[in-house]
Design a protein around this ligand. Sequence first.
Ligand code: UT7
Length: 335
Amino acid sequence: MKGSNFASIGITFKGCGSYLPAQVLSNEKISQIVETNDEWIKTRTGISNRRIAEIDENVSDMGFKAALSAMDMANWASESVDLIILATSTPNDLFGSAPMIQAKLRAKNALAFDLTAACSGFLFALITASQYLTSGKYKRALVIGSDQLSSYVDWQDRGSCILFGDGAGALAIEASHDQSNLFGFNLRTDGERGSFLNLYNKNLNGKIIDQIKFRKGEFSNISMNGQEVYKFAVREVPIIISDLLKKTDFDSADVDWLILHQANQRILDAVGERLKINKDKILTNLNKYGNTSAATIPLVLDEFIRNQKIKKNDIILTSGFGAGLSWGAALLKWG
Ligand code: UT7
């Protein structure tokens, strides 16, 4: 039976959760600040609205709410969580924002740390957590994607500010001796193409005393070569997914749902076409929330699990891609 070549310890999916800030930024509102319009944005990206975190909200606040909801669905006590991995590129503390989530959850037995891989972050965090679990030393993990890109968007750059929004999503995953519902994964990075999408340190010089200078820690805005990122995604994502299907002995016809990083509807459509996966199987909420970086995949999962479109035992193919450049795919069964 497909997916049944399971050795010792496997992964099961127990819960999901998400959080979206209340402030809605529509295309119409964006067209008040840059030269653009609803028609252009919708046609070129599929996005109508995005959410923007409130002044007093940050990545760990949003991540906490998503994680709490995943923990509730899993019916876990806080103390039973062994591991919390927060995928984020916009931490509220560069020393690590995951421990703040751990404290708010009162998950005092958990190891908590941040992982940065931009829009591939959730997928990389999921696979990292799965390695901890299959080692046999950890049993329950919360994998969180939370990003607040609104803090780093150049709101004068119409080529990028139309895309991004804020939000968080989370999954509760558990080690199992009986089954493995994570069938396989493929992860890649290519730093040589890294200059297509960046959130650089400003590299401003400071001076401690006359003889000793230092680099100030302050980040600039997101800079993006949209066309190159677009070409990269449309080329690489179908390749990595096809490789994964081959490796796991699955066929695209076996896939119930394709959940791609929510970057641009045209990317989702092009990838679906290349893989010959029917449009009805490609789940999206991009029109409502835009690109929330590490949060997109768990946001889609949570929405469609809660509205019961995704059912227990459904086969889900997921792929993240973005800055790094980084990209990857995973094949799993919900439950
Ligand atoms: O997680 C990964 C994050 N990044 C991405 O996913 C980015 C992937 N790339 C994209 O989604 C698309 O490249 C964009 C949506 C960013 C841009 O769409 P495009 O079809 O590649 O547009 P373009 O850059 O080729 O620009 C076409 C025209 C240009 O005008 P001219 O030179 O033809 O006169 C742009 O100046 O559209 C203009 N333009 C706009 N017009 C109205 C660019 N942005 C806008 C805008 N409104 N917001």
